[in-house]
Ligand binder design. Structure first.
Ligand code: F6R
Length: 256
């Protein structure tokens, strides 16, 4: 795991954007795994400004709420089109986001998994982290081998996301999410976290035991993970000085 700590979310995002851009430029017909939420918003803005060529890329989103239509303003479909897809030249047919209105949810999830495999697998998976350590919507105690499936959100996550819906009672109870096993199969993962409310989840994910009580800790098993943090989200890491030292002494030939 490479832990990159920057003074601000803006600085951490710039590094993350360079990493995403390098994957897009190296593999123009590659496959990106994308996330929603507050954390990647700045990253999407940076990527749009970079004017990269998305025409041959395929994208798979991590998750979607069950029971709301793609047109719902708080759906992750809406989020992705509003904040990224409408601003880049991605081909609509190459965009994949779980269908929150799927009639046969297990069948849909199996097809989503098959489609990821059929495209050759995800080259870079972008991730945020919940205050409880969730990645995608793999809440605490999710199987570390889980695949795309329906999950029930915890009261904490519904409370955390109430700000988007204008009230906790409006937040759906269920989601479709890629599993932790699905995420771990991506060739590379990029985890972003900003703000002090993520500090404990990050410390546990990076330096704690691998446990389904912090689903992001499963990333310790992945051979290629970059974690981009601001000072606040890094505040509870015990080895902060070491991560800074490693980054400052990164060999020139090791690109981001
Ligand atoms: C969203 C997702 C979630 C979020 C997490 C953090 O697609 O997969 O895991 O990344 O809930 O959300 P924010 O960024 O809003 O703090």
């Amino acid at each position: 795991m490479e832990i990159i700590i920057q003074p601000t979310p803006e600085a951490a995002t710039k590094i993350a954007a360079r990493l995403v851009a390098s994957v897009i430029q190296t593999k123009p017909a590659g496959v990106l795994g994308l996330a929603t939420g507050s954390t990647p918003l700045r990253l999407y803005r940076e990527l749009v400004e970079m004017k990269l060529d998305w025409s041959k890329l395929t994208t798979f989103n991590l998750d979607e709420y069950v029971g709301i239509s793609p047109q719902h303003p708080q759906s992750y479909h809406s989020f992705m089109w509003e904040n990224l897809f409408q601003h880049v030249n991605v081909a609509t047919k190459n965009v994949n986001i779980p269908d929150g209105l799927a009639k046969d949810i297990p069948g849909f999830c199996a097809r989503y998994e098959n489609k990821i495999a059929a495209t050759g697998g995800i080259d870079l998976q972008l991730l945020g982290i919940g205050t409880d350590g969730h990645i995608g919507f793999n809440e605490q105690t999710s199987s570390l081998a889980s695949r795309t499936r329906i999950k029930t959100l915890t009261p904490q996550t519904r409370q955390d996301n109430a700000r988007f819906f204008g009230g906790e009672e409006k937040v759906p109870h269920h989601v479709i999410t890629m599993g932790i096993g699905t995420i771990l199969e991506a060739r590379q993962c990029l985890l972003l976290a900003f703000g002090k409310n993520k500090a404990r989840a990050i410390a546990e994910a990076v330096e704690g035991p691998i446990t389904s009580m912090n689903p992001a800790s499963a990333l310790q098993q992945h051979p290629k993970v970059t974690v981009c943090l601001d000072e606040e989200s890094a505040a509870e890491l015990k080895l902060q000085d070491y991560y800074r030292y490693v980054y400052d002494h990164k060999p020139d030939w090791q690109t981001i």
